[in-house]
Ligand binder design. Structure first.
Ligand code: FAD
Length: 400
């Protein structure tokens, strides 16, 4: 009987086990996870599970009994520490080893630590695991001032949760706008206004030089007093195992469109995979939920020796206060000519389109729903558009 091994019991690992069974694999499946929990979803950790609208049961990918029902062997609370590709063997931290015929690396990502004094201090918080969320939830219920280092998606979501819990928040962001690299100034400004309108002290262009026991010190000598400090300056792919085994690593594990590494028996998916995207014509590493949800079906097909390619456009979403947003497409920083808005930007009910020439590269709908599919079609087909038609809500996106 063949044995397929999945290292990393996050969303991608769980979905790969599911996809293997759905695609008819009847051999052994072993899912190895360093965390002690069965696979869970991370988006609620900065949203509903943090604010209390989602309960713990709501974060898991599958019901507890699903793994036994589908004959998926879980090895939880133990990290894979070695990979011997010649012997087709994964070594675990408890001294045991597991042989594989095919291997999926779905080791995800971990929070980036800024290279400043104090970043490692025990009172400094990061948000990736369910325990981080649970202790942050306690913190938000007990402190009055939070310093948030970094105004990326997670930082801004936690900021919104903290404001809703009545905590005063100072956000320290090095760039001149939050989310500047992903959105560009036209749309990033909207998120700056959103948080200011909710009473956030947004310090842009801030150079944090040290995290101290009483807050944060800035490069200009200024100090921000805080009862708690959370760092959200991005994530880095968890590539240690891949590197140790000599796989090609360059901002993640480099894989082709079928998610295959250079080793014919090893594939990678989810946050850790830097995959060639046929439509975009380059490698992209996508740190988003939808990618970890959908790539595994392609990885499973590759493990089964079938031809498939991952061609989904990058998609993600966020919820902050009463703003809900979806974004689809991919734009390199500064890699667009203009942003066209359709709808009421001041009321935060609109769609934004990023254009290169007369082509749509990406779209973002804010408090407007059911438009992702037509936006995807515009991007995929490369339909030439005019800014006038895009901006005019009376022109259905479907006929552009
Ligand atoms: P991970 O979720 O990182 O899972 C990888 C797992 O592998 C981890 O459990 C890790 O412990 C384990 N592992 C690593 N190395 C080893 C090893 N050597 N041995 C055994 N196990 C190992 N995306 C969105 O699109 N929208 C959102 O709103 C959104 N919100 C988010 C909020 C938060 C707080 C966070 C942290 C992420 C959010 N994301 C969001 C991103 C999304 O959660 C990730 O894209 C997704 O979790 C990636 O899944 P993954 O399975 O690839 O990796």
């Amino acid at each position: 009987q063949q044995r397929f091994v999945i290292v990393g019991a996050g969303l991608a690992g769980a979905k790969a086990a599911e996809a293997l069974r759905e695609q008819g694999f009847d051999g052994r499946i072993t899912l190895i996870g360093a965390e002690p929990h069965r696979p869970y979803e991370r988006p609620p950790l900065s949203k509903g599970y943090l604010t209390g609208t989602t309960d713990r049961a709501g974060v898991f990918v599958h019901q507890e009994g699903w793994y036994a029902d589908h004959d998926v062997e879980l090895r939880l609370g133990v990290a894979a520490t070695g990979l011997d590709r010649g012997a087709h063997r994964v070594e675990l931290a408890d001294g045991s080893a597991i042989d594989y015929d095919k291997l999926l690396l779905a080791t995800g990502a971990r929070p980036r630590k800024p290279p400043i004094p104090g970043a490692d201090a025990p009172h400094v918080r990061y948000l990736r695991r369910i325990e981080d969320c649970e202790s942050l939830k306690d913190v938000l219920g007990s402190v009055s001032r939070l310093a948030m280092i970094g105004a990326g998606w997670i930082g801004l979501e936690v900021t919104a949760a903290a404001r809703q819990a009545g905590v005063a928040v100072t956000v320290l962001e090095a760039a001149r706008l939050p989310l500047l690299r992903v959105l560009g100034p036209e749309a990033a400004r909207i998120f700056a206004d959103l948080h200011r309108d909710h009473g956030v002290d947004l310090r842009l262009g801030a150079a944090v030089s040290e995290i101290t026991p009483s807050g944060v010190r800035l490069g200009d000598g200024g100090e921000i007093a805080a009862d708690a400090v959370l760092v959200g300056v991005g994530a880095e792919p968890e590539v240690r195992l891949a590197l140790s085994a000599g796989l090609h690593v360059d901002d993640g594990i480099v894989v082709d469109a079928a998610l295959r590494t250079g080793d014919p028996d090893i594939v990678a998916a989810g946050d850790v995979a830097n995959a060639y995207h046929p439509l975009l014509g380059r490698h992209v590493r996508v740190e988003h939920w939808a990618n970890a949800l959908k790539q595994p079906a392609v990885a499973a097909a590759a493990m089964l020796g079938r031809d498939a390619a991952y061609e989904e456009l990058p998609y993600f979403y966020t919820d902050q206060y009463d703003l809900g947003m979806e974004y689809v497409g991919h734009v390199e920083p500064g890699g667009y000519d203009q942003v066209v808005f359709r709808g009421d930007v001041a009321a935060r009910e609109f769609v934004a389109f990023w254009l290169s020439g007369d082509r749509v590269l990406a779209g973002m709908n804010v408090n407007v729903w059911d438009v992702v599919e037509p936006i995807k079609t515009l991007i995929r087909t490369g339909t030439p558009v005019t800014p006038q038609a895009l901006a005019d809500p009376s022109v259905p996106l479907e006929i552009l």
